[in-house]
Design a binder for this molecule. Sequence first.
Ligand code: IFM
Length: 727
Amino acid sequence: MTGPQSVDNALTPTNDRDWIIEEGGYDPLREASRGARFAISNGFLGVRGARALHRGGRWVDTSRTLVAGLFDTPDDERAIPGLVATPDWLQVRISLQGEPLVHRPGDGESQRRILDMRRGTLITEDRLSNASDVGVRLRSLHIVSLDQRTIGLQLLQLEIEQEEVEVTLKASLEGLDIGLVSERVEPGLAVWHTISTARRLAIAVGLTLQIDGQDIPATRTGPFHWSWSWKSQRGQVGSLQRLVAITRGDTEDADPGRQALDALCVVRKPGWPGVMAAHERAWIARWDGSDVEVEGDPAAQQALRFALYHLNGAANPADESVSIAARALTGDDYRGHVFWDTEIYLLPFYILTWPEAARALLMYRFRTLDGAREKALGMGWRGALYAWESADTGAETSPSKVIGPDRKVVNVRCGKQEQHISADVAYAVWQYWQGTGDEIFLRDAGAEILLETARFWSSRAQVDTDGHCHIRGVIGPDEYHESINDSAFTNVMARWNILRALDVVGLLRERWPQTWERLSGRLGLDDGELKQWRSVADTIVTGFDPSTGLFEQFAGFFALEYIDLGDYLGRSVPMDVVLGRDRTQKSQVVKQADVVALLALLPDEFPDDSGAKNFDYYAERCGHGSSLSRAIHGIVAGRLGRTELALDYFKGTSAIDLEDSQASIDGGVHIAGLGGIWLMAVFGFAGLSLHSDHLALDPRLPSGWKTLAFSVQWRSRKLKIRLVQAT
Ligand code: IFM
């Protein structure tokens, strides 16, 4: 594939069902979830997969564009930073004989939306008519370039079915005044700034309309309004080509307007065919490095491609000031905030298929280290406590109250208590180091993260009269239980974090003594403190009982009420809604993988057959109240050789975004779940594991999978792995 030669080529989806997600018809109730599922993204721009045609009224969803890192704090009660709404650059209105054309719910099968995942392209095909049955066939294509991330392209092809019809086509930018302050507007260029964060946004637009290949001049009715009118002829084909450059400015002296104009000028020369060709080449390269192929299970193949499509579109190796939000750039839920989802569910994929992207994501944590230090200090501890919800500065952005699934106001303690995030970030740093051997990153950034997070845990854990260290008043991954003591997940991860930090001290001293001198001097780290770290690691309680082989999820968990989840099969709401918040907190019902997550991350902490025992014990108690839960169970089940059970978890996770099966996806895809799909295939079924000096495989394929093939990079070596089902 070398790029399209014609609009027709560009508008023709890849001829292979495995690469296509397609939905037909129009359902106002499903528009928002389609907006997320069919979103296109390149890690800088994300555009929801909504329809671009309107008649001027208000629609259920718009083709909203999200810009990574464009945070502002609205002037509302909660004052929590969020990604800003930006103008919609895709809007088009068409009138036939003076009558506006719109999609009508009853138009049914005449509307198709196709996500061509291989080419990172959204294609729509519609046949619409006005009240007098004057019809038009419309085909459109949207991309945000994976080659030049500031560039977006819209192609719209229209064929009027009748002759001598008065056609008017209007193209515009909509929503110019929805929360940003206008700084500069001139034909085809606008610059805005945010209200409280001093960021700027610029959009430069260039459009052409051709009828049967001839350029038609536009009438301008405003800086962002273009209009064309003509009389149709039979067989005539019109095509609108819109290129935009969207840029973000983060500093006073940055001139995003200039950057947008320059970027647009560069792509105008090769025009849309050049933009499309470069975009397709960039996607081919990503697929080459990350594709997972399954023979024998088309549904699994589609789920994997869908996951990889969104994962490859979510990251931007060129921007170290942003990370991936819980809904990536596909929707507004969680306001673009970053959680542990990135480090635990996404980083393994990037480390092993796209280390440049992994590095940029970890650099975001390095750049927000000061925010983490301030949070720790503000709560009376030392070192770095990362924000549970993080935006641009690293300050804590979790809300303190939300509306719960039962529509009641709930106090949210995660921002203060869900502290395992610091160990999760440290874990990802270490995985990156193991997978890439990137010494410069470790020396100049990763080491400081490991040391400051270890310092946090060492100040956080308190020695008690029993001579052991305890961490009290936290929330583990299972968010149904708050203010708990000695969460096994938290304490074991904290201990691991401290031990890896001590390893890194040894490494720095040995290989880069000057760096160690400088860093330890700057951090005020001496041997006395390192000794205290070791003592915390040696004495921290873990909740492991050698006599049963079980970890107690937190102190007192075993004494809580047991609830047989088998009695609640078929429920359509989470268990905390079924039981009520109070009873849930007093029960052993677990929201999401917790001890099982520990088993997935640190299997060596589970001696002998205790891994299987803990899995059985906790899987029975898990209500999967989070989209993150099943994937972790799937990895562990896969590793334990419970392959068909693992496949159930795989299917359950796949259905979340492809079938709207669990949580609503209106506010964006569940990118952690999508990362989990890759993890289940590669870490679960293929049994891949990372070690200090090698990679290992321990494959167990589901019986229906004839082969499983995937690519990974390990320490600059590119490997293609193909596993064949034993016969
Ligand atoms: O990070 C998760 C958390 O574990 C469960 N609630 C949703 C968050 C964002 O995905």
